[in-house]
Write a protein that binds this ligand. Sequence first.
Ligand SMILES: C[S@@+](CC[C@H](N)C(=O)[O-])C[C@H]1O[C@@H](n2cnc3c(N)ncnc32)[C@H](O)[C@@H]1O
Length: 320
Amino acid sequence: MDMEVFKKDDHAIFWGDAIEVLSGNIPDNSVDLIFADPPYNIGKSFNGRKDKWESEEAYLQWCYSWFDLCIQKLKSTGSFYLMAATQNMPYFDLYLRKKIHILSRLVWYYDSSGVQARRYFGSLYEPILFCVKDKNEYTFNTGDILVEAKTGAKRRLIDYRIPVPAIYNSNKVPGNVWEIPRVRYRMDEYENHPTQKPVELLERIILASSNTGDVVLDPFSGTFTTSFVAKKLGRKSIGIEIEEEYIKIGLRRLQIQTHYKGEELRRELRSYEKKILQSNSASYYLTKNRWNTNSHSKLKPSSKFINFITTIKLYISGLI
Ligand SMILES: C[S@@+](CC[C@H](N)C(=O)[O-])C[C@H]1O[C@@H](n2cnc3c(N)ncnc32)[C@H](O)[C@@H]1O
């Protein structure tokens, strides 16, 4: 398929097929961190493109071919994080452990308020493999990802197992179960994509496994969460995505372009924002500047409401 690249400063977006872009456009041994969150072969629709292969074997073979490319593109000190469906992880684990060192088998746990299974135990987690090319030399920024060590520190318990007993540490490196909420419709970071990953999840991964100025690559970018967080944290980013609709999200989120083929790139309004804009009262407030605080109008709205309307006004005028 055709390929197009959009670049600004230290950030590149490739519109194309992951395998083609990886093999033709990314130099070997050039990437510090790869986060891969591919289609899971479970029949989801990515803007109309069905995430379903003709057989499980075909899907596995497709994955193995881009795993090999990812490993080839990583620097010798690089790290590879792979998300996948729980049912495919055993195959991936067996394949990857022959080629790279799997240091952690992570569980991203979230609660779900959606439809729940009734006749089996519903899935509330997604597995992630954390792999490194060289287990003796890889980036792991312990100090940047510490979390509160609840038990000992809060109760100021003493650890008597060490030669000189002392109070337990108040911080620790997170364990391998990460409880991070999924991206919800009402969250600021929400984009129109079926499997958007949370900023918080990528923050932990990028902070732990890369340094400022390092190159972070995501072969299946979706809403470009990886590139967005990489940019925020001062890393360079390369994002690959096959669907044009999601390329537009990336161009906007990374502030690479404000327009695309004559279309202004704006975040789609949520249904509740549209309702507010449509309501007579909101348009009344939006069209006239009625809130002169010196005025004696009886129609004085609360400061919370004024802030909300101001945000919408800024949004409409393209300032946020
Ligand atoms: C699970 S989603 C990634 C979501 C992403 N991590 C995020 O936070 O938004 C997988 C993405 O891979 C894209 N995709 C599917 N096949 C692809 C291919 N051959 N090359 C590149 N991207 C592909 C899909 O369009 C979809 O957006």
